[in-house]
Design a protein around this ligand. Structure first.
Ligand SMILES: Nc1ncnc2c1ncn2[C@@H]1O[C@H](COP(=O)(O)OP(=O)(O)OP(=O)(O)O)[C@@H](O)[C@H]1O
Ligand SMILES: [Mg+2]
Length: 240
């Protein structure tokens, strides 16, 4: 579903990604971990060309993104959820969910609202359809952002530290939504420091350091017996 071939990304003299190769299968749940600055965000931003790689090839669902011609189509089926929820503050929750389907996917308002309400229900927020983002807690806003992404009916969902900006008591409610999603056939790539979650949902963990994937393994294997010393040190630091 996602194929990265020899991806290099430089920002001026900074070499952020150094020849990354990665294949992600349809329906796979991949968790990306690694220290700050290791290139995790850059890597997933390259997957939908929010960052254009300096060199290398990204193929999503058979589309070669470097050709640019299918970029709009691929972006519609590749939803991204960020640390900051980026909801439109002047729109209601339901309007946030229906904007892109109506404008970009030419879905009728009625249909977009019906499916929007269905996804709001799924994230436990149907009763907030007419609220504005600033009337919601951080955890609720992030769940709305996930419902908004789902209302595009994506094949791929990319999450960049979706719980890092949340107060501790709100983290689990968002993780629970992700755990629910992980049971569906959506291809998910999640950058996270939530190791319990990673253990529970990941089909595969990749560990990045210095712009490279230096270990990839099944979670059971990775958490019980990381092979790489840097991965070991990282785990010792974050799992208390
Ligand atoms: N637009 C940019 N211009 C210049 N340097 C950048 C840019 N984006 C990222 N970098 C640099 O690339 C490196 C990797 O950044 P990236 O955000 O991918 O790391 P990360 O693993 O996501 O880190 P974190 O865990 O802190 O989010 C860092 O050294 C960062 O400073
Ligand atoms: Mg990051």
């Amino acid at each position: 579903m996602i194929k990265l071939e020899n991806i290099v990304k430089n920002f001026g003299d900074i070499h952020v990604l150094k020849n990354v190769n990665l294949n992600i299968n349809e329906g796979e749940k991949l968790v990306v971990i690694g220290p700050s600055g290791s290139g995790k965000s850059t890597l997933i931003r390259c997957m939908n060309y929010l960052e254009e790689p300096t060199s290398g090839k990204v193929v999503i669902d058979e589309y070669d993104l470097s050709l640019k011609k299918d970029l709009a189509k691929v972006r519609q089926s590749t939803a991204m959820v960020f640390q900051q929820f980026n909801l439109y503050p002047h729109m209601t929750v339901l309007e946030n969910l229906t904007l892109a389907p109506i404008k970009l996917q030419k879905v009728s308002k009625k249909e977009a609202e019906e499916s929007g309400l269905k996804y709001l229900e799924k994230v436990g927020l149907k009763e907030k359809a007419d609220a504005y983002p600033n009337q919601l807690s951080g955890g609720q806003q992030q769940r709305v952002a996930i419902a908004r992404a789902l209302n595009m009916h994506p094949k791929i969902m990319l999450f960049d530290e979706p719980t890092s900006a949340l107060d501790p008591e709100m983290i689990q409610e968002v993780l629970d939504v992700l755990i629910g999603l992980s049971k569906e056939n959506i291809t998910m790539v999640v950058v996270t420091h939530e190791m319990g979650f990673a253990k529970q949902v990941a089909d595969r963990i990749i560990f990045m350091d210095g712009g490279q994937i230096i270990e990839e393994a099944h979670p059971e294997e990775f958490f019980s017996n990381p092979k790489n010393d840097r991965a070991k040190a990282f785990l010792n630091k974050i799992i208390r």
